[in-house]
Design a protein around this ligand. Structure first.
Ligand SMILES: *Cc1c(COP(=O)(O)O)cnc(C)c1O
Length: 345
């Protein structure tokens, strides 16, 4: 395995991070004249904590990780991009991932002019570690995996993920945006054993806070330190930090919603199974189901006409004829099933 220092881009390793007023003075004082803030309009006149320690303390307790192992971002999209900028030399290094999967890995790679390689999953959406590793070669710095995977909904095989973790020379990112819906445990417990592992989670799905834009990256304190060095100093605003603390105080509500969504998924799957236009329902460990239908484009358009929007994935690798349907409320799921019921074929 390579040392972290060999993986970091040269310019990032050598650079000195921006030092803000809030970085230089820690602690409580009564008069703050160090940051050119307006003294009125408290509390939003003050710059927020650049490292969001109050929020991280809660997350650390909740997830059983050290707070130094957490980076918060503007959605998961921010750490996805930060990792590339910290570790991949544009025009030289590569990133390897799977297909079909979440589109942002490739978009971020392209924005950063980093070659993006993708290895198709098997027909039943399983990861083939040896093929992935062969494609990654020696010039990939990052591997992006997503489990449960979007848009397929399944967990990737743990054995294959371990295979990648134990063999790959760079960082292995496991995106767990849907982990709260999953029957399998998170890879967070593997952080101490695997110094090259990065786990991504988000407040956008189970926590019901997609509009707030708050994502989490978990990794060794060394990796988190590198990301902290290159992030915007105040990347998480005060309103978001306060909202996150409010969410934790209402964790029970989230758990109730989770139970409801999982029951909704079972009911939706049962309803879909009886419809003539549904050819296959893929097993899901997420809050959506991927469904192969008789005519994806036709059915998609018909649903749009009725004011019901699903995700048409028919043009995505291995997803021909498929729609991705998010589990809604009981009433929303019923409306969808009622409309589908009326489709012949
Ligand atoms: C929805 C989703 C996310 C969440 O992204 P945010 O920027 O946190 O909203 C991350 N990864 C995958 C695979 C997703 O489907």
């Amino acid at each position: 395995m390579k040392e972290l220092n060999q993986l970091i881009r040269d310019n990032v390793r050598k650079m000195k991070p921006y030092s803000s007023a809030r970085d230089e003075f820690h602690g409580e004082a009564s008069v703050y004249l160090d940051a050119n803030e307006n003294p009125f309009n408290s509390p939003y006149n003050r710059y927020p904590d650049p490292l969001q320690w109050k929020v991280k303390e809660k997350i650390a307790k909740l997830k059983g990780v050290r707070k130094e192992s957490i980076l918060l971002g503007n959605g998961s999209d921010e750490p996805i991009d930060l990792l590339i900028r910290a570790f991949c030399e544009p025009g030289k290094d590569a990133i390897t991932s799977i297909t079909p999967s979440y589109g942002m890995y490739e978009v971020s790679a392209e924005v950063n002019n980093v070659e993006f390689r993708k290895v198709p999953l098997t027909a039943d959406f399983e990861l083939n570690a040896s093929e992935l590793l062969r494609t990654a070669g020696t010039d990939s710095k990052l591997i992006y995996l997503c489990s449960p995977n979007n848009p397929t909904g399944n967990n990737l095989s743990r054995r294959e993920i371990y295979n990648v973790l134990n063999t790959f020379d760079g960082l292995v990112v496991v995106d767990e945006a849907y982990i709260d819906f999953s029957s399998e445990p998170s890879f967070l417990t593997e952080l101490d054993k695997h110094p090259t592992l990065v786990v991504l989670q988000t407040f956008s799905k189970a926590w019901g806070a997609a509009a707030v834009r708050l994502g989490m990256a978990f990794a060794s304190p060394e990796i988190i330190g590198v990301l902290n060095k290159i992030k915007y100093p105040y990347n998480i605003n005060q309103l978001t930090q306060e909202y996150a603390l409010k969410l934790f105080a209402e964790e029970a509500k989230m758990k109730e919603q989770l139970v409801c969504i999982l029951k909704g998924r079972t009911d939706l799957e049962r309803g879909l199974r009886e419809l003539p236009c549904v050819k296959k329902i893929y097993p899901s460990d997420a809050n959506f189901v991927l469904v192969r239908v008789s005519d994806a484009n036709g059915i998609y358009n018909r649903l749009v006409d009725k004011g019901i929007i699903v995700r048409n994935r028919t043009n995505v690798t291995l997803c021909e004829g498929c729609l991705r349907i998010t589990v809604g409320t009981e009433d929303e799921n019923k409306q969808l099933l009622n409309e589908l019921q009326m489709i012949e074929l």
